[in-house]
Design a protein around this ligand. Structure first.
Ligand code: GLU
Length: 374
């Protein structure tokens, strides 16, 4: 097997670049010649009809220089100030580098809650999906400026994995200053070997995730392994690969040594397993026979097919879907709270705005958020 198959076959790819690559350590400025080759690689993926999401660190590293902050660890407020400044530079350079290809760049700044709270998860996911549908290239970073310690990812490795999960990506590349996962720290142990493929994240694999040598970014190997767990359980293959060489993505395609973490199942199954198994339904929707047939043929659940709503739930909670005989046939993450769902019972999607006073989603439960139970 071509070792890069998870990349070459992927439909949607999240590429994460670390600060240590993006920002030249000596000058504190964007490493532009390198970044140009990364952008060329991303364009290549897009030219093959692969969708690309970029998660880019670097805001703090760029901003700290502009603010003339001292070397060494920054206090949270200092990092936040640095991020506010550096993010502008970062967004600007991506826009500039992609402009000649006519590609629209979209900046999305996320906080931890945007992926952990279901309502916000749905919103963030809808935004990212729309951007991809519109052909834009989302460039994502943590919203460091407002994220306090309790609500921070703190590293872009896990942020990137959540983004991969959120967008149902099938490939995540963590481009880093390490070439992959080693059996021991290669800086200290000359017998250290790179592990090309991990099919299961065992305690032994986790134990190999000591701190990486990077001084610029905040993610070590431990956060990369944590990212691998998130990505693979969402059905997404993840690679930890050396990002520093020119054309870092093309190199992976060409078979450069890196570590692949392979998922057990495809993304859809993983999310559906999560909906089916991990969450307790907070309410139920009864549906008519027409809607039942629609669900069986893989369609979304529209308000028109719903006959009754019970239970207390918020948008994004998991609810049961009951057939006309009251049997639970599906579960899904609902796009409305119980009050709004009750108002939409039996109504056409076109009337949602008139009924609720805001433009909600056309589907009560989108098929991507729905799992058949029998
Ligand atoms: N969000 C941070 C930044 O843009 C980087 C976090 C990380 O390096 O993982 O500066």
């Amino acid at each position: 097997m071509n070792t890069a198959a998870p990349l070459t076959r992927a439909r949607r790819i999240v590429v994460k670049v670390g600060s240590a690559l993006l920002v030249d350590q000596a000058s504190g400025q964007v490493n532009r010649p390198w970044l140009e080759t990364l952008v060329e690689d991303l364009l290549r993926l897009r030219a093959r009809n692969q969708e690309v999401v970029l998660v880019s660190s670097g805001a703090i590293a760029l901003g700290r220089r502009e603010l003339k902050l001292p070397a060494g660890a920054l206090q949270l407020e200092q990092s936040q100030a640095a991020a506010a400044v550096g993010q502008i530079t970062l967004a600007h350079i991506y826009k500039e580098l992609l402009a000649p290809s006519g590609i629209t760049v979209a900046q999305v700044l996320l906080t931890l809650e945007d992926s952990e709270r279901r309502r916000r998860y749905l919103n963030a996911r809808a935004t990212l999906t729309s951007l991809l549908d519109l052909g834009a290239l989302p460039v994502i970073n943590e919203n460091d400026t407002v994220a306090t310690t309790e609500i921070r990812y703190g590293d872009n490795d896990r942020l990137a994995a959540r983004v991969a999960q959120m967008t149902s990506a099938d490939c995540l590349l963590l481009l880093s200053d390490v070439a992959g996962l080693y059996t021991a720290d290669p800086n200290l142990d000359s017998s250290a070997r790179l592990i090309p493929e991990v099919r299961e994240i065992t305690p032994e694999i986790e134990a190999m995730g000591g701190r990486s040598a990077s001084a610029v970014g905040s993610g070590g190997m431990a956060t990369k392994i944590a990212a691998a767990k998130i990505a693979t359980s969402a059905g997404c293959a993840m690679a930890i690969a050396a990002g520093a060489p020119m054309h870092p993505v093309r190199r992976i395609e060409e078979g450069a040594a890196c570590s692949w973490f392979l998922p057990a199942s495809n993304p859809e199954n993983a999310r559906k397993q999560w909906i089916a198994g991990a969450l307790r339904p907070s309410g139920a929707l009864s549906i008519d026979a027409g809607a039942q047939n629609a669900l069986r043929s893989g369609k979304s659940l529209l308000p028109a097919g719903v006959t009754a709503v019970s239970g207390r739930f918020e948008r994004g909670d998991t609810v049961s879907v009951l057939d006309p005989a009251g049997v639970e046939i599906a579960r899904g993450m609902i796009a409305y709270n119980d009050r709004d769902a009750a108002r939409l019972v039996g109504k056409r999607s076109a009337d949602i705005e008139a009924l609720l006073g805001f433009r909600g989603r056309s589907e009560m439960i989108h098929r991507d958020d729905l799992v058949m139970m029998q």
